[in-house]
Ligand binder design. Sequence first.
Ligand SMILES: Cc1ncc(COP(=O)(O)O)c(C=O)c1O
Length: 300
Amino acid sequence: MPATPTPNPQPPTPVAIDFFAVNGRIVPAAEASISVLDLGFLRGVGAFETFRTYDGHPHALAEHLRRIWESAAAFGQKPFFDEAAVRRVVREILTRSGHAELRVNMVVTPGCHGEGVFGTVGEPTWVVIARDVHAPPESSYLHGVTAVTFQSSRHLPTLKTTSYLSGRKGLELAAKAGAHEAFYVDDAGYVTEGVTSNVLIRVGNRVMTPTIDCLPGITKAGVRPIAEKLGLTWYECRITRDDVYTADEVWITSAVREVLPIVKVDGRAIGDGTVGEWGRRLRNAYRDHCIASARRDAGA
Ligand SMILES: Cc1ncc(COP(=O)(O)O)c(C=O)c1O
């Protein structure tokens, strides 16, 4: 019998959180501001991460920090805060806001504009924005959600930069179709990733997921050993739109959504159009893993 998952915390309506952190200093939301000269604003130069807390503790924080510094290296930014600083900020926001769980966005930019197109003066910028987790309702995991595909690609797709404009068209199409996510399809017809998620398909006992031209997802990496332990074989390979249409199961992964089953893509039913057993098992096992590892990291 699969273990009963701990359900997502579901506040009836999102409750505002009144504190954000700017350069490590927690301030009321109304005072949380950065300069109009910030290169994040002027030139769209920035890196970010989204992670969530479980039981009040950040999950996979070391991995998210590693990735934000890899992304920030694209604009020459070296690490300037550490895991302890993020934990302190998150703990303080949790305490002050009275929230049990948070979705945390962490944004880094080079700071204010100086000489030249990308020249800077002063210190880089670091902002932490914490909100309600606002994960999909349990019904989305029970019945699955739908997706559309669209032809486009994300700028610097292996990095998590703040340039997400290429996904806008996809999300507009998704909204029109009443779908949850839009999958990027490149010029050669390969599905690379979702606008804010990784894409995985199951065919028999094989899980296939692209690693080219997409973000190396932290959730996906966490799901892999669980899938392998449960008896699935993991392949990192290109997948076409047709591979997706004809898969037995399709899932998306992201820090907030964990493993979310997709039951229809471009109006075509995946498998029999209902949530498959593997999607359910992986999500439950992954969620249990997140809770356990967040508690372990916090105690370490
Ligand atoms: C473009 C893109 N790909 C993949 C992901 C999934 O990454 P992770 O599992 O690390 O949240 C995200 C998450 O926001 C994303 O924005």
